[in-house]
Design a protein around this ligand. Structure first.
Ligand code: SAM
Ligand code: SF4
Length: 430
């Protein structure tokens, strides 16, 4: 989402003649777009500012703006602690970016723009063309969260759930596709909570599936309690929808899920997976896990491992619980740090074995790969298969934006290497 936001910020500042520079030491302005989901984010801001200060020691100071969720959560503190910062702008105030920047140019110090004005923000951003299309582009359709999981800062930094108008979204999709996007990933903190005047995520997918040159659709991140029947069924009917779903579960223990206020059980979660598999038998899953949540016993941890082994996630993101200031879990009794660390190592080892096994099975098989870019000056192209696996092929042909059938010949933990087995662009899902 921050990548999408950064691109929109760039679309905005272009209007007042700011341009990206390839040489950071020449910059007149730095925007640090931050994430606050786990600790150390704030420290990173101070480190980055330290680096900027060093680079500009004998020159005129650039304008420094902190945006994103650290700005939202810690605006006042940042401005007080670090005089080098000119402005903080929270994610719901990006429509005020240019106004803020112009004030900073005039030397108006310490601008704090962290109101929750999400409706006004999207009303204004809808009129600015999204020009930063890549072959694979992001599109924020929903922001904020009403779920209040006890560990999470999102409801406090991004505000309440808000869904953008379906008409505006279809327009933005068309604009991205006409600029070269072949794949669009619909984004939201709870993307499947999307609800614009009764139109749900499945309705939006139906609409954008009609855009001719759009080849692939993905969405992330889904919450299990918003995984409604219409969304499950659309996986059967929309060929453009990719067969990989990121469905965070956080823990395999019902006791911990309850303590997290997740509002779903493991049975509910596995039911969704079973239903999806009926409609699409090649579907795969990835997930997020929090290890070492307050109250997590060996038994709870074992249930998380059992779930990992049962679902066989092809990818997972696991983190040790990080107490976030202001969230209810931050005041719960933490578990021993060394136990949490040991559990994370055990969990990630098992997750990696499952992932490796899955990837071994891809060898000598064919995959459909959407190529995104050439790698440096080499005759190599980078793309992703339907399951987001990175694939590299050697070729003299310009593959950017094309979908090709590729035979996977080797691979490691992160990358698969393949050979193109047909010369014509695959016309699937045209
Ligand atoms: N809305 C999504 C959901 O409910 O599944 C998750 C979005 S959150 C921005 C991304 C991930 O960060 C979460 O799934 C969770 O695993 C992780 N996360 C959030 N807060 C955390 C915390 N306090 N400590 C560790 N991990 C955390
Ligand atoms: Fe955070 Fe996701 Fe829970 Fe919302 S549903 S509070 S974004 S983890």
């Amino acid at each position: 989402m921050n990548e999408y936001d950064s691109n929109r910020i760039y679309d905005l500042v272009k209007k007042i003649n700011y341009r990206k520079t390839l040489n950071p030491k020449d910059a007149d302005c730095y925007v640090l777009n931050t994430c606050h989901i786990r600790e150390k984010a704030t420290e990173k801001v101070y480190h980055d500012i330290g680096r900027i200060k060093k680079a500009f020691r004998n020159k005129q100071k650039p304008i420094v703006v902190i945006s994103g969720c650290v700005a939202q959560a810690e605006g006042e503190i940042l401005l007080r602690r670090e005089k080098y910062i000119d402005a903080v702008i929270g994610p719901q105030s990006y429509h005020q970016f240019n106004e803020t920047l112009l004030k900073a140019e005039k030397g108006v110090k310490k601008i704090n723009s962290t109101e929750f004005e999400v409706i006004e923000k999207f009303d204004q951003l809808n009129h600015i063309k999204n020009s930063e299309s890549k072959v694979s582009s992001f599109l924020t359709i929903q922001e904020g969260c009403n779920k209040f999981c006890k560990f999470c800062v999102v409801p406090y930094t991004r505000g309440a759930e808000y869904s953008r108008s379906i008409i505006e979204l279809v327009q933005e999709c068309k604009s991205l596709v006409s600029n070269g996007a072949k794949e669009i990933t619909l984004l939201g903190q709870n993307v499947n909570a999307y609800n614009f005047k009764g139109k749900r995520l499945s309705d939006l997918i139906k609409e954008i599936s009609k855009i001719k040159n759009l080849k692939r659709i993905r969405y992330t991140t889904s919450h299990p309690i918003d995984f409604t029947e219409d969304l499950i069924k659309i996986h059967n009917t929309s060929e453009k929808l990719m067969p990989l779903i990121h469905l965070p579960v956080q823990s395999g223990s019902n006791k911990i899920l309850k303590m997290m206020n997740r509002k779903h059980t493991i049975k509910d979660y596995l039911n969704i997976i079973a239903k999806l598999k009926i409609f699409k038998n090649n579907i795969q899953f990835s997930s997020d896990f929090i290890i070492g949540y307050p109250g997590e016993t060996d038994k709870d941890f074992d249930l998380t491992i059992q779930l990992m082994k049962k679902v066989k996630y092809i990818n997972s993101f696991s983190f040790i619980f990080s107490p976030r200031p202001g969230t209810p879990a931050a005041s719960m009794k933490p578990i021993d740090e060394s136990i949490a660390k040991k559990r994370l190592i055990i969990f990630q080892k098992i997750a990696n074995e499952i992932k490796l096994n899955y990837r071994k099975n891809l060898l000598n098989k064919n995959s459909l790969v959407l190529f995104e870019n050439k790698i440096g000056s080499k005759n190599e192209f980078f793309g992703r298969d339907e399951y987001l696996n990175s694939v590299i092929v050697k070729t003299n042909e310009n593959l950017e934006g094309k979908i090709k059938e590729v035979k996977i010949v080797s691979g490691n933990q992160n990358t698969l290497y393949g050979e193109i087995i047909q010369k014509k662009e695959t016309e699937f899902a045209a």
